[in-house]
Design a protein around this ligand. Sequence first.
Ligand code: F6P
Length: 529
Amino acid sequence: MYNLSQSVTWKKLEQLALTSKNERIADAFAADANRFDDMSLRLGGLFLDYSKNLVSSQTLELLFQLVEHSPLRQRRAQMFSGDIVNVTEMRPVLHTALRNRGEEPVIVNGEDVMPEIRASLEKLKGFSEQVRQGKWLGYTGKPIRDIVNIGIGGSDLGPNMVCRALLQQRHEKLRIHFVSNVDGLHISKVLNSLNPETTLFIVSTKTFSTQETLLNAKSAKNWFLESAAEQDVAKHFVAVSTNQAAAVEFGIAAENIFEFWAWVGGRYSLWSSIGLPIALSIGYQGFIELLEGAYEMDQHFLNAPLEQNMPVIMALIGIWYINFHGAETQAIIPYDQALHQLPAFLQQLDMESNGKSVNVEGEPIDYATGPIVWGQTGSNGQHAFFQLLHQGTRFVPIDFIASLKTQEKTDEHHFALLTNMLAQANAFMNGDQSEGEQNHASCPGNRPSNVLLLDELNPRNLGALIALYEHKVFVQGAIWNINSFDQWGVQLGKKLATEISGEINKKSTNYDASTQGLMKLVREHVKAS
Ligand code: F6P
């Protein structure tokens, strides 16, 4: 029986948190000249400096013991091999197979899925190259110039973040737009700037049942049909979905449907055909490099010893803060404007995976799990919320992320950016109490951070970075013994939205006074569809 919080190691970690609470990170550097070298790791174009953390070799030793008592090793082997890891939906979890660059088969229900994965990549290659070369023509014979991805959650955040991160490598004649919110402003703002003759829509939805995406897709189709005819839809609408029947019923030509599989979680799906906008933007070769970077991280995660394992180290330091220092949030601060959408992507990846309060057996758990992930680019954060981080009452671990080489021409800006990040990481650690602890300017310091440096922001390194965080989330979920791959919590809201929209004009009394009162206000101001 795996009872995490009753384990001897857990108790030792609780004790260590108490006895070490007055220790300072800065003192650890003074005591150990090798701390930086001993607490940093390199994998390909990624460098992790985790030395500015409230951890000692004793802390790490106990955290590694926690791993040995946990189902991590077994669950990692199960995930990569295609076993049922998502136990509440009875599915394998195989985003790793999507980027498997090796020759070994991956078996699902007795069949090797690698041939169909390779076939879907070939389809992605053929289509993206046709569009990029101007050979996919619209209903008036013109090449595509604007692409609109319509999707939400994992059908938006991943491809959106990657396309923005690699904007410097985009096709100079193609513009990629992302529409996700059901708020009509989101799609109307995009459509108003487009020409239906040269616009391609990608309806991205794993289930093809998400209300927001279906309404946005319907509005896009209605907009298109103001200028074109039904038979022209096939030239301007494609779909990425596991639900081919629903896509065909919507009016997407069967040959324009890019399929993927139920064993790919939405928030883990950018490596599948959900990544079509990425291949259209940076080219198929760039998309393959993204996969290769993730594959390299997969192999590292599978084979590196715990003490040298980047995802494991980041996961364990996070657990040390969440379960033994009361950290409720994790800040993600990319000092890289191109990564301004990374915090939003990591929010879904982490919070939809580990925002759970029962274990895989459905039993309530008595320890904290997934943190609230939030963030903003640096140096902007310095002028928004760093005050709280420096002098507030809360304990907020920070991940700083930056690229050593800039894609821009202006080194002066890049130099200022990186020196600001180094200064902040140092200030959080050392603080400043030179004017005395009671002084208003006093910064207590001893506030931990990781620094992740990419040699440069290219598809390979970005792929590795994303896979790093995917596996960090996986490790934490395995140690917490939760299912990181379902999302039952979001189904209730979806169900109630459908119910309320149906009841709103019936002056229903099935709801509390607040909901009824608000429904009345909406009824008076908004015409139901
Ligand atoms: O948020 C719930 C969720 O199911 C996510 O897991 C998913 O990424 C998103 O909605 C969109 O789902 P779909 O791709 O099926 O439209």
